[in-house]
Each structure stands twice: as C-alpha cells, then as structure tokens.
Design a protein around this ligand. Sequence first.
Ligand code: SAM
Length: 153
Amino acid sequence: MSDIRPHEIMVPTSDPDDARLHFIGRIHTPWDDRKDCPRQGKQDGPECRIEVFEPWVPALKGIEDYDQIEVLYWLDRSRRDLVVQNPGHSDKTFGTFALRSPVRPNPIGTIGAKLIRVDGANLIVRGLDCLNGTPLIDLKPDRCAFTPKAAPK
Ligand code: SAM
C-alpha cells in the first residue's frame, strides 16, 4: 500500500501476522463498498445480521435481556501503516489516535448497536457501520445497562 494523501505519514510496519484473535462470527450488512457505508452507525439504520460461529453460540445466553450491545469487529480491509492521516472530509492532518478512522495499527472497530432480536446464532441489530462480511471479535452488553452477574452479596 503506497498511495497516501499529501501530508500523511506512513511508517514501516511488520507483517500483520501477530493478532492471534479468534474471529467469533461474521457481520452481514448492506454495504459492500466503503462509499456506501456510514462513517458511524445510526440507531435507525438498516437491520443487519451478526452471525456467531460455533462453538461460541452458547455464549449468547442472556444477551436477549439487553436492548443495547457493544459490537467489536476487525476492520479487515484497512491499511495499518499511517501514523498521520488526512481524512477525506478535512484539509487538516491528524494523528491516527485522534481519529476514529478504520486505518490504525490494530484495526478494531467498536459501536453501540440496538439489539432487535436474537434468532438462534444470529443477532438482528441496527446501528452498524461496517462492510458486509466484516469479522466479529466480541459482543458485550452495553456498559450502562450492564449489572454484574456475580456481584458480591
Ligand atoms: N464505529 C467504528 C469505530 O468508531 O471504531 C468504525 C468507524 S469507521 C470511521 C467506519 C468506516 O470504516 C466505514 O465508513 C467504512 O469506510 C470503513 N469500514 C467499514 N468496515 C470496514 C472493513 N471491514 N474494513 C475496512 N474498512 C471498513
């Protein structure tokens, strides 16, 4: 990857073979192309399907109790070597850690999504902003709604 915008800074990086993550599912959205994909999801966005793979399906037990969930995903089609970026919507440059750009050393995306329903191994949600086929890293109940399940008595 060598095409960068004026004033952006690229650094040499090791081959990205060190994540050692388990992708636990796949996210199905209407967007195959970045130009169609929202920059941040909206709660009234289209219904999308989060497919959870075995053996992780039993890990969904209880998630139906939450209206809001956090979704963590791997922005698999991102470059990973920019330390300074010139976002398409701006004529200024910013450090990568001052942006929510998908371009980052470890391209993890997070979003709060509205849980519509659980259908077996699939969660139907609104509010996503990722490309069709994006790998799923993790799911958590929304931090505000969550009550620790093993709180001391
Ligand atoms: N909500 C997440 C966050 O803040 O961590 C992601 C925000 S990022 C600005 C969303 C953009 O990333 C989308 O508009 C699209 O251009 C890009 N994107 C979405 N899915 C991607 C993927 N699988 N690989 C690379 N880029 C992706």
